[in-house]
Every structure is written in structure tokens, then in C-alpha cells.
Write a protein that binds this ligand. Structure first.
Ligand SMILES: *Cc1c(COP(=O)(O)O)cnc(C)c1O
Length: 396
């Protein structure tokens, strides 16, 4: 890469990211080009963001057209793209209403605030505790890092917020033991992404739903990573038909444009009244016009169904590799949110793949994560699995 980019970035930008020595300049579909002209097939998608691939021409056109019409006016006023996108999200989910914001953490903040306020409005403000899961990831703001069930995310930021408690994922007894009339909500990912691609056991989400109903607590699903077709259905809650009361979305909603959304049933969302929550940039005409184009393209081109098929294909390739290479010990995940646990440092494998022109990443140290655009082709999957075959073969 151009040494000058790295030098300047390292000099002027906060060092909150451990970055690879590569600067990208262009993308198309699942292909990225770096500043030396080398190409890569992208199985990261900007962390499950660019579901339609890079530089999607339709999205680019929608964005450019909207940019020349109207970019931002404030939520003091109505705009059509925002209303259209909300209508699409409501008509394709359990929810009745949408609150727009700019990121995943902000969508979860809105979910946490709404859950607390819902009970407050009902005169039940002693319900102050939100239960989340060990190994969860909900974001980096103070409330969402408190909600996150991983100590490393909280290190150095004490005091974290009161009003949160934690249980292990997939442990319904542990959750049951914590339920009481103090519980405001249970918040979880319907498939843990950052925590290691952990799937819910069959029936688990239904049991969580039932416990919430029995105890008057709200159920919040963080679908920021799992949503928008990533796991093979539009939303991961559809796999077992367990709708939450509140859902957060972000990552893939705008195919790279910064947009978040918090969705809920009317009865719950009505706890938010004018002045109780807001976001200056939330749902600008620019990002909602782009996101509207994204969701309509997904629908018209059956992206969720084809993504699910590609996911099965990639999973079968990973299973074959696991059977062949003892260093690979587990394949997990759903749709195109797949992981492979290996018995060596994942960073080495990520680096070796990058040298061979494939971007993958790694969570929890040794779980390789595969989150390509949902438009990835079988040929691209074949090429990745050949690459992995040769990399894994170096660990005997
Ligand atoms: C990425 C992610 C977040 C945080 O989203 P940001 O846009 O980075 O704030 C929250 N929850 C889950 C499940 C995520 O994957």
C-alpha cells in the first residue's frame, strides 16, 4: 500500500482499530481493489454491511439523485423517503412503527430507552433491570457497552450503568432464575455474531419469549448483524417465528450508508412522545432514499433466498474443509453468517488469506467469520474454499 496513507492515518487518527496494512480505493460486487491495484474477494462486507456488494449501481444512482434534490432538513419536517422506508420495514416485520437513527449502538440505545419508558408510562417504573447475555455485543456507547456481556469491551470505562444483569446464552434455567417484577426487558441477538457465531438452540428463543410474557418483561432482539437477510431469512426471528417486542437494525440496512432503526409494536412505541427521544441525522432523506433502494432491490431480486442458498453452499464447503483439516474443529452459523473454529490463532489465517487475495475476519481469537455480500457467487465461494484449503494445509 501507499506508505503515505498509513503514515498520515496513524499520525492523525485515533488508534482505536488494529488495522491491516492495506488501503482500499474501489469496489465492485464482492471485489475490492487496494491502492497497489491488487484485487481481493471480500468475505467481510464491511462487517455484514454491504449485502448487495460494493458500489452497487442502483444504490449509487438513488443516492446521487437524492443528493441533488434534498440531503437533510431535520425531523421537524416530513420527507417522503423516510415514510416510504418505514412503511417497507413495517410491512415486512412484526412491527408497527420505526424510529430512525444512524448506527447500531444508537438503535440499541433507543431500544433500551423505549423499554424503560414503556414501563414508566404504565406506572411500573420499578422495572429497571435489563437482562442481556454473556458474550453478547450491543455497541460501544455507555449504555450499549454496559449491555454487552464481554468484560474486555468495558475495560477502563467504569463506572458502567446500573440496571443491567447477565445470563449465559442458551441457558433458559439461568434466565428463569433471574426473572422477577423488577425485569424491564430481556435483550439478545437471535444469533450471536461478535461473540463467536453462536446459534440459539432449537426452542430457546421461544422459551425466552414465554418467560418474558409470563413476567411482563419486554423482549428486545438486536438484529443489527443478523437482520436484512444475513441469516437466510429477512430477520433471524423468522427462523422459529418468535417475534420480539422491540428490534434494532443497522449494518446492512443502507448497504454502507450510515443508518439505524429501532422497530416496535404500536402499544410499546407509543411510550415515545414528542420530545422523549430524537436524533438530528436520524433517517435523513439521503440515507433513507438509499436504504429504500436497497430493500426494494433485495425484494425484487430475491436476495434473501439466493443468499440462503449460497449460505448452504458455503457451509457445505466449510464442512468439507473441516473434515479434511484437523486444525478446523467446528463450523457454525446460519445463512451467510458463518464461522469456523480453528485450533490456532485466527489472525494468521486471516493474514494468509489476505495475501492470497481473500478478505475474511476472525472473532474471539480463533473463530473465522465469513460474511460475504449476499450476492456472492458460487465461483467466488469455490475460490475461497480453495484458498482456505491451501492455508489450512499448512497446519499439520
Ligand atoms: C455491529 C453491532 C452493533 C453496533 O453497531 P454500530 O453501528 O457499530 O454501533 C450492535 N449489535 C450488534 C449485534 C452488532 O453486530
Amino acid at each position: 500500500m501507499k506508505e503515505s496513507i498509513k503514515k498520515k492515518a496513524d499520525h492523525y487518527i485515533a488508534h482505536t482499530y488494529g488495522r491491516y496494512d492495506v488501503a482500499f480505493v474501489r469496489g465492485e460486487g464482492a471485489t475490492l481493489w487496494d491502492s497497489n491495484g491488487k484485487s481481493y474477494t471480500d468475505f467481510v462486507s464491511g462487517i455484514a454491511v454491504c449485502n448487495l456488494g460494493h458500489a452497487h449501481p442502483g444504490v449509487a444512482k438513488a443516492l446521487a439523485e437524492q443528493a441533488m434534490k434534498l440531503v437533510h432538513v431535520s425531523n421537524l419536517y416530513y420527507t417522503e423517503p423516510q415514510a416510504d422506508l418505514a412503511e417497507w420495514l413495517v410491512s415486512h416485520s412484526f412491527a408497527d412503527k420505526v424510529f430512525f437513527c444512524n448506527s447500531g449502538a444508537e438503535a440499541n440505545e433507543a431500544a433500551i430507552k423505549l423499554a424503560r419508558r414503556y414501563h414508566y408510562v404504565k406506572g411500573d417504573s420499578k422495572r429497571d433491570t435489563i437482562i442481556t447475555m454473556a458474550m453478547s455485543f450491543h455497541g460501544r456507547t455507555m449504555a450499549t457497552l454496559t449491555a454487552t456481556g464481554q468484560d474486555k469491551i468495558k475495560e477502563g470505562f467504569a463506572p458502567v450503568l446500573p440496571g443491567f444483569d447477565y445470563v449465559p446464552y442458551n441457558d433458559i434455567e439461568a434466565l428463569s432464575a433471574k426473572m422477577s417484577d423488577r425485569i424491564c426487558a430481556v435483550m439478545l441477538e437471535p444469533l450471536q455474531g461478535e461473540g463467536g457465531i453462536c446459534c440459539p438452540d432449537p426452542g430457546y428463543l421461544k422459551n425466552v419469549r414465554d418467560l418474558c410474557d409470563q413476567h411482563g418483561a419486554l423482549l428486545i432482539f438486536d438484529e443489527i448483524q443478523t437482520g436484512m437477510g444475513r441469516t437466510g431469512t429477512l430477520f433471524a426471528y423468522e427462523h422459529e417465528n418468535v417475534p420480539p417486542d422491540i428490534m434494532s437494525l443497522a449494518k446492512a440496512l443502507g448497504n454502507g450508508l450510515p443508518i439505524g432503526a429501532m422497530l416496535a409494536k404500536d402499544e410499546i412505541m407509543s411510550a415515545f412522545t414528542p420530545g422523549s427521544h430524537a436524533s438530528t441525522f436520524g433517517g435523513t432523506p439521503l440515507v433513507t432514499a438509499a436504504a429504500l433502494h436497497v430493500v426494494k432491490t433485495m425484494e425484487r431480486e430475491n436476495i434473501v433466498d439466493s443468499g440462503r442458498e449460497k449460505g448452504l453452499y458455503l457451509a457445505s464447503k466449510l464442512e468439507t474443509l473441516k473434515a479434511k483439516h484437523p486444525v478446523a474443529v467446528d463450523v457454525r452459523g446460519r445463512g451467510l453468517l458463518l464461522g469456523m473454529k480453528i485450533m490456532v490463532e485466527g489472525a494468521q489465517v486471516v493474514k494468509a488469506c489476505q495475501e492470497r487475495g481473500f478478505l475474511i475476519n476472525c472473532v474471539q481469537g480463533n473463530i473465522l467469520r465469513f460474511i460475504p455480500p449476499l450476492t456472492i457467487t458460487k465461483e467466488e465461494i469455490d475460490a475461497l474454499s480453495e484458498c482456505l484449503d491451501s492455508v489450512l494445509a499448512t497446519y499439520k
